[in-house]
Ligand binder design. Structure first.
Ligand SMILES: [Zn+2]
Length: 297
C-alpha cells in the first residue's frame, strides 16, 4: 500500500493524515489542532511537516493507547511544538516504564530478547488525563486490543477507533492480532456495528461509512481462532502446548516477539473460553491443563 501522508478532509473540523497508522486531525479553531494518535517516532517529522504546510499549530495529541505506532512521535512533537499529550488512566501508566507493557504481555519479568522499543515509548514527561480533552472531542472505551484503549469521537460525529478493527490484509497475513480482552473486543465490535452512517477511522485500515463487512470479518476470525483452540483441546493440553499448535496451524514464523505477542493473545483466548464455561481445567503433575467440556464436544 502506498501512503501519501496527506491531510484529508472528512467532515466539518475533522481531518486525517493517511499512513501506516491513520492520524486524526481535529481543528479546534482556524489554526490550532488536536491529533488523535501521532504514528511512530520516525514519522514525527513527516506529521509535523504536513501540519506546517497547512499552517496548523499542534496543541494536543490524544493517544488511544501506548503502542509505538500510535504514540512513537509523542516526544518529538512535544519537543518541537510544546503540545500536551492526553491518554486514559491505564495507558498513562504504561508510558511510565518501557518494561511495563512487555512484563504485562509476558506475565513476569521479560527476557532481554523481547524488543521493548517495539511496543511504545518510555516517556518521563507529563501525560495528561482525559479530563484535559479539548472541546469538541470525546473519548469512549474500546476494550479488547489493549488494557486501557479508547476511541475518540469528534463533534462532527466521526469515530476514531484505533486498533478495534484489524485490516483484512493484516489479518489474512498474521491471523492472530494482539488482543488482551476477548470478551471486550467482541463488545467493541458490537458497538462499532451500531454506528450506522457514521464515518469510522480505523488506525490501520481504510476510512469508511458502514464498515459492517470489516467488522464481520474481524468477528469471524475471532470465532475461527476459538474453534482452532477448541479443536486442539479435544485432548487435555497446557497453554504452552496450545500455543505451539496454534502457531503450527497458522504456519506463523516464530521469533521472540511473535512468541510474546501471540502467546499473550492465546492465553487471553483460553481465559475467555474457560470463563465462558467452554473449557474445563485441572492440575496434574503441577501443570495446568485445559480441556474442552464434554457438552461442547
Ligand atoms: Zn496497538
Amino acid at each position: 500500500m502506498n501512503f501519501e501522508y496527506e491531510l484529508h478532509h472528512l467532515k466539518g473540523n475533522t481531518y486525517y493524515i493517511d499512513g501506516p497508522t491513520n492520524v486524526g486531525v481535529y481543528k479546534l479553531n482556524d489554526t490550532d489542532v488536536a491529533l488523535i494518535d501521532c504514528a511512530t517516532d520516525k514519522e514525527g517529522p513527516i506529521i509535523e511537516t504536513v501540519l506546517r504546510r497547512h499552517k496548523l499549530k499542534l496543541k494536543y495529541i490524544i493517544n488511544t493507547h501506548c503502542h509505538q505506532d500510535h504514540s512513537g512521535a509523542n516526544l518529538y512533537l512535544m519537543k518541537v511544538t510544546g503540545c500536551k499529550v492526553i491518554a486514559s488512566k491505564i495507558e498513562r501508566a504504561f508510558f511510565r516504564d518501557s518494561k511495563l507493557d512487555i512484563g504485562f504481555l509476558n506475565g513476569g519479568y521479560p527476557l532481554d530478547e523481547y524488543d521493548n522499543r517495539l511496543m511504545h515509548i518510555d516517556d518521563q514527561k507529563e501525560i495528561y488525563s482525559l479530563e484535559y480533552m479539548p472541546q469538541g472531542l470525546r473519548s469512549f472505551k474500546l476494550p479488547g486490543h489493549h488494557y486501557g484503549m479508547i476511541g475518540v469521537r469528534t463533534s462532527d460525529g466521526v469515530y476514531f477507533v484505533a486498533d478495534a478493527l484489524g485490516s483484512k490484509e493484516l489479518i489474512d497475513k498474521q491471523h492472530i492480532l494482539l488482543m488482551y480482552d476477548v470478551k471486550g473486543y467482541l463488545e467493541s465490535l458490537d458497538f462499532l456495528q451500531t454506528l450506522k452512517d457514521k464515518i469510522i477511522v480505523p488506525s490501520h485500515s481504510s476510512v469508511g461509512v458502514n464498515l459492517d463487512s470489516l467488522i464481520e470479518f474481524n468477528r469471524n476470525k475471532m470465532y475461527e481462532i476459538m474453534d482452532v483452540i477448541k479443536n486442539i483441546l479435544n485432548e487435555p493440553k497446557t497453554q504452552e502446548e496450545v500455543l505451539a499448535e496454534v502457531i503450527s496451524h497458522y504456519g506463523l514464523k516464530i521469533s521472540f516477539n511473535k512468541y510474546l505477542l501471540v502467546g499473550s493473545t492465546i492465553r487471553s483466548y483460553i481465559s475467555y473460553l474457560s470463563n465462558e464455561q467452554i473449557l474445563d481445567k485441572y492440575f496434574k503433575d503441577n501443570k495446568l491443563y485445559f480441556l474442552k467440556k464434554i457438552a461442547n464436544k
